[in-house]
Design a protein around this ligand. Structure first.
Ligand code: 5RP
Length: 260
C-alpha cells in the first residue's frame, strides 16, 4: 500500500485509536431532500467538530460545504436509482475518479447489492472503480446496501462484506446484526456500521456500542444523527462511544445533556 493511500486512510480512520465517526449525509443521491437535510449546510456545520469524516455527494460538497472546511471527505461515487424507481440501489458509477481527486476526496464510497438480480452490475462496478482508485491511492469504502428482500442477518452481512473485501475494498460499511462478531471475524478489512433507519437515541447508541465491542472500528451514521431531536448532542454521544469507550448509559446521559 503506497504512502498516499496510507495517508488518506489515516485521515478517515484516526491513528490515535484506529476508529472513526463518519457522518453520512449522502442520502440525497437517491432520496432527494431527505428529512433533516433540506438545508444540508445548516444541519452539518454544527456537527463537524465531533465528526472525523464526512460522507456526501459531490453536489452536496460543492453546494453546501465551504472549501475551507478542515475535514476529510469520503465521496459517494455510485448511484443511478431513486426511491421511486423500480430497482432501488441498482447502482453504477456516477462520479469519475478524476472528479473525486479534483474534489480532494480522502476516500470514495460505492454500494454493492449482493443477492439482488442485478448484483453482477454493482459488483463489477465497484471492482472497476477500485482498480481506478488504486492507481491514485484513493481508498474505497464498500457500502453493502441491503435490498428489501435481503434477510438482515450475520450470514448475509458476512457474505456481502467479505465479497467487498475480496474484491479490494479498503473499508466496508455494513449494518449491525446479531452475532455481528461473525461479520467482523470474516472480514479482513476495517468495518464501520451504518445507522440505518431512525430509532430511539438510546437504542442507536446501544447499537453503536455493541458494534464497536464486536470489533467494528466505528460508524458511518446519518439518519440517527441528523434526524435526532438533538443532532449535536447525539453526535457527541456517538463520539464518546467510539473514541472514549463510553457505555450506552454514559453516552445517553451525554445525549440528554447531563454529562460533559
Ligand atoms: C445510503 C448510504 C448512507 O450513507 C448509509 O445508509 C448511512 O446512513 P444511515 O446511517 O442513515 O443509514 O450509503 O445508501
Amino acid at each position: 500500500m503506497d504512502w498516499g493511500m496510507k495517508n488518506r486512510l489515516s485521515k478517515i480512520i484516526k491513528p490515535k485509536d484506529g476508529r472513526t465517526v463518519m457522518l453520512a449525509v449522502d442520502h440525497g443521491y437517491f432520496m432527494g431532500p431527505t428529512s433533516g437535510l433540506e438545508q444540508l449546510d445548516s444541519m452539518v456545520n454544527p456537527l463537524l467538530p465531533y465528526t472525523d469524516t464526512l460522507m456526501l455527494t459531490r453536489g452536496a460538497l460543492r453546494n453546501y460545504i465551504t472549501p475551507t472546511v478542515d475535514i476529510p471527505i469520503v465521496l459517494r461515487v455510485s448511484g443511478g436509482t431513486s426511491i421511486i424507481g423500480k430497482e432501488l440501489l441498482h447502482e453504477g458509477t456516477v462520479v469519475s475518479i478524476e472528479d473525486a481527486i479534483r474534489l480532494n476526496a480522502s476516500g470514495v464510497a460505492y454500494s454493492i447489492l449482493v443477492g439482488a438480480e442485478f448484483e453482477r452490475d454493482t459488483i463489477l462496478g465497484i471492482t472497476q472503480y477500485i482498480d481506478e482508485a488504486e492507481r491514485y491511492g484513493i481508498p474505497v469504502l464498500a457500502v453493502t446496501a441491503v435490498g428489501k428482500e435481503m434477510k438482515r442477518d450475520a450470514r448475509y452481512m458476512s457474505l456481502a462484506s467479505r465479497i467487498a473485501a475480496e474484491l479490494g475494498a479498503h473499508i466496508v460499511k455494513t449494518y449491525f446484526v446479531s452475532e455481528f462478531e461473525k461479520v467482523i471475524e470474516s472480514c479482513p478489512v476495517p468495518v464501520v456500521i451504518a445507522g440505518g433507519k431512525k430509532q430511539p437515541e438510546d437504542e442507536a447508541l446501544k447499537m453503536a456500542y455493541d458494534a464497536i465491542h464486536a470489533g467494528a472500528i466505528g460508524v458511518d451514521m446519518g439518519r440517527n444523527i441528523f434526524q435526532s431531536s438533538d443532532p449535536i448532542s447525539m453526535i457527541k454521544a456517538v463520539n464518546a462511544i467510539v473514541h472514549k469507550n463510553a457505555t450506552p448509559k454514559e453516552a445517553f446521559e451525554i445525549f440528554k445533556g447531563k454529562k460533559k
